[in-house]
Design a protein around this ligand. Sequence first.
Ligand code: PRP
Ligand code: URA
Length: 209
Amino acid sequence: MNNVYIFDHPLIKHKISLLRDKNTGMKEFRELIEEITVIMTYESMKDVELVPVEVETPLEKTVQYRVPEESVAIVPILRAGLGMVNGVHKVFPTARVGHIGMYRDETTLEPKEYYCKLPEGIENKTVFLVDPMLATGGSACDALAALKKRGCKKIKFMAIIAAPVGLEAVAKAHPDVPVYISTLDRCLNENGYILPGLGDAGDRLFGTK
Ligand code: PRP
Ligand code: URA
């Protein structure tokens, strides 16, 4: 599959082992999601465009390179994607945030869009679409289509854990979108949960179960 990047970093492996553990509580779970997202954001921005700026050090003037202000936007897929926003903000503090609300119908597993609010000018930014879980791929495929419909041209999709079927679905429906994941799990169970996975990311982030 073109455009799919799986991070094989020992620190990510370490943090994912903690994330999966059912005894990891809400606070630590939230912190781990954020920490993993920071590492993923650095890794996925190796192709970021820089602009030259003149900087004066205490000794002389020099030309250096910076990421243009406001060139990045973050769009979490609600709810669980919210857990990744702070991680991207650690790297791009001025990034504006849009929101796409999706939930999976529990019997059909079909995604339903219930909310979409994006920052003005998003079509000219690099957009990070974020969601910790990529299961059937339905939510990610629909969210990517929603962003494209609203004019977004440069999108990166970041998920922490993916199932093979979901990864294939996104790569097939959106071959132009680079997909960054931290780990590729085995399969889905009969309820559409990723195995071995980590359970329901939204519930574990927000303590709803
Ligand atoms: C989870 C997850 C993804 C989606 C992945 O959200 O955060 O958005 O499922 O599944 P898919 O790849 O099969 O579409 P969920 O629908 O449980 O909503 P929530 O974040 O509000 O809990
Ligand atoms: N959504 C989750 O939160 N977990 C899964 O394993 C699949 C979808």
